[in-house]
Write a protein that binds this ligand. Structure first.
Ligand code: COA
Length: 327
């Protein structure tokens, strides 16, 4: 039987942090409001580093942990909303920086579910047999796409990157991706978006003046959809793996909002101590949030070899996903 093994992970966030107290100086908000509504305390902000710069740092750590050379990678998948360039793909820039002669490199635009979409594709590629080793990265420089005058959104987001190296192997021993539930429900397509700067509304002075190149969101509508969709995604992933909530040692949610995470946990009867949360430190880093939390909890030895981990996410689109893996 073919299995997909998580060989290594890495993560990276810019050193500069913006605290809730810093934001109090910028917009009409308070640490109290941000903490109670979201759980976020600070976020890391890039000072000139691009999406591929963050991704490269995370990828190098993942390669070191996996103990492999860049040349052994035959697929690079980068999930991002904030690519270095519209084209070529950020995955191509990373391939260049890692000096990999030839491999399959492409980006995924699936918002906050991007890393799970990447894992989904990598697992399919590896199990199909054509590819042996994949690098999947979630990397975001959201601070360049936030309206720093809009208190509804600017308090929520941060920058960072997380990476995973996956390798196919045969046999009944070792880690594996056990089940995948993934999809998109376009009912809320307009509720969370960057409206300007694309081909529908190309860059213009008006786009810049109205800040239409930044994140626009109907927060409470997104909130309702997020909770409902993630509960369903987890239930379906568990069903596909023939597992119950109790069979999972760790849950890693997309780190958008503590209240959303708590709601999902309560609805499914997941004990709070099994849920990995680091959003107080990073805010919402979109596609990077799950791989950063995964990497941190593996390096801290919170998650141990043989543990079953359920990843789940929700993002603009609305994309959603839940992936269960044995590490
Ligand atoms: N500081 C202080 N007040 C703020 C604020 C801020 N940073 N942002 C919004 N408010 C105000 C609003 O203006 C509103 O004031 P009003 O009642 O006078 O109009 C009030 O707080 C309540 O706004 P509301 O949007 O209803 O708050 P909420 O409880 O829904 O919390 C979010 C707002 C954004 C934290 C919450 O909706 C959320 O987390 N949604 C999901 C967002 C998300 O996860 N997006 C990414 C998905 S991947």
């Amino acid at each position: 039987m073919k299995r997909t093994w998580l060989l290594g992970t890495g993560s990276y966030a810019p050193s500069y942090t913006l605290t809730n107290e810093d934001l109090e100086e910028m917009v009409d908000t308070s640490d109290e409001w941000i903490s109670t509504r979201t759980g976020i305390k600070r976020r890391h902000i890039s000072k000139g580093e691009s999406c591929s710069d963050l991704a490269l740092e995370a990828s190098q750590k993942a390669l070191d942990q996996a103990g492999i050379e860049p040349g052994e990678i035959d697929v690079i998948i980068v999930a991002t909303l904030t690519p270095d360039t519209i084209f070529p793909a950020t995955a191509c820039w990373i391939q260049k920086k890692l000096e990999i002669q030839d491999c399959l490199s492409f980006d995924i635009s699936a918002a906050c579910s991007g890393f799970l979409y990447g894992l989904f594709l990598a697992d399919n590629f590896l199990k199909q047999g054509e590819f042996h080793t994949a690098l999947v990265v979630g990397s975001e420089v959201l601070s360049n796409f936030v309206n720093w005058e809009d208190r509804n959104t600017c308090v929520l987001f941060g920058d960072g990157a997380g990476a995973a190296i996956l390798r196919s192997h045969h046999g009944s021993e070792g880690g594996n991706i056990l089940s995948k539930e993934i999809g998109t429900d376009v009912a809320g397509i307009d509720l969370l978006k960057i409206p300007g700067g694309g081909s529908r509304m190309p860059f213009s002075q008006e786009v810049l003046d109205k800040k239409l190149h930044t994140i626009h969101m109907k927060g409470n509508e997104v909130f309702k959809n997020a909770t409902r969709t993630m509960v369903l995604a987890i239930e379906n992933a568990l069903k596909k793996a023939c597992l119950s909530v109790e069979d999972i040692q760790w849950y890693i949610p997309h780190q958008a909002n503590l209240r959303i995470i708590n709601y999902v946990g309560k609805k499914l009867g997941i004990p709070q101590k099994k849920v990995i949360i680091n959003l107080q430190e990073y805010g919402n880093t979109s596609a990077a949030s799950i791989p950063i939390a995964l990497d941190e909890s593996l390096r801290e030895n919170t998650i141990r070899k043989g543990d079953r981990v359920c990843l789940f996410s929700f993002g603009a689109g609305f994309t959603y996903g839940s992936i269960i893996l044995e590490v």
